[in-house]
Design a protein around this ligand. Sequence first.
Ligand code: HBI
Ligand code: FE
Length: 299
Amino acid sequence: MRKPKPEAIKHGLAAGQAPERADWTIDQNWTAYTAQEHAVWKTLFERQCKLLPGRACDAFIQGMRDLPIGTHQIPNFEALSETLRKRTGWQVVAVPGLVPDKVFFEHLANRRFPAGQFLRRPDQLDYIEEPDVFHDVFGHVPMLMNPVLADYIQAYGQGGLRAERLGVLDNLARVYWFTVEFGLLRQDDGLRLYGAGIASSAAETVFAVEDDSPNRVGFELERVMRTRYRIDDFQETYFVLDTFDDLLRLARIDFAPTYEHVKGAPEYEPGQVLATDRVITRGTGRHHAAKRARTQAAL
Ligand code: HBI
Ligand code: FE
C-alpha cells in the first residue's frame, strides 16, 4: 500500500535531496546487501511460496519459475533483466523508492521497471508503505514475463505521460491500481490473483482470493476510473478480468472519450456495489466494518 504522492516520500533520499540521476535510477549495488537482508528476503519468499499455489494465476507462477529468483538471496537486477529482455523486452532498474509520476511513466513507457533497491526491515514483514525490492521484484516482475501484461504496462506508461498532460492522472492511476496492483483473474479452476500488491502480501493473498468480506466485481473501465481505492488496508472491492486479453484491448483503446465521460461524474466509494456491476461475489464487508468499529472505540 502506498501514500498517495511520491513527492511526500523520499525513501533513501532526505527531503529535498536531489536524485543521483535525472531518471532517479541508482546502482543496485547487489554486493552491499547484508546477510540479514538476504534472510528477510528468504522469510518473505518462503512465506509467499507456501501461499501462492492455488491462489496466484498460472501466468504468475510460470513467470516466477522462468526467472532467476530464488529463496536464498535478493535477486540481482542484471540477471533478471537478461531473462526479461529475451522474453518481453523489459528490464529492471533500481530506484531509491517512489519516484515522481512523470519519471515513473517515462520508465514504463520504455519497458524499464523501476524497482525499489531497499528491502524492508525484519519488523516490517507485514506492512510497508513504499514499494521495496520484495514488492517490486517478487510482486511485479513475474507478470512482466507475460507478453500481454508486458504490453499493457508499457501502454500504461505511455498513457500516464498523456494523462498527466490532460489532468486525469487520478483516473488512470485507478486503472493501474485495480489491475497491475490489485487485480484478480478468472481461470477455469477459479479466481486467481495477478496484482503485485496482493502477490507480495501474505494476508492479502488469502483475503483477496478467499475471504467472504470483499466484493469481487467484473472489470469495467469507466466503473474502475470512478472508484476510489484504499492505500492503508486491504481493498474493499477487487475487480476481476475474464482474460488477460481484456487488458490488451484496454492497452489499445483511446482513453480520451472515457476521460471526458467520467469528468465531473460522481465517484464511487471503495466498498460500493452498483446495480450495473457484474457481481461475482458480494462481500459481507466484515473486515472493514470491524476495523471501523475498532477505530470508533479507540476515539
Ligand atoms: N514510483 N518507484 C515507484 N513505484 C511506483 O509504483 C510508483 C512510483 N511513482 C508514482 C506511482 N507509482 C503512482 O503514483 C503512479 O502509478 C500514478
Ligand atoms: Fe507496485
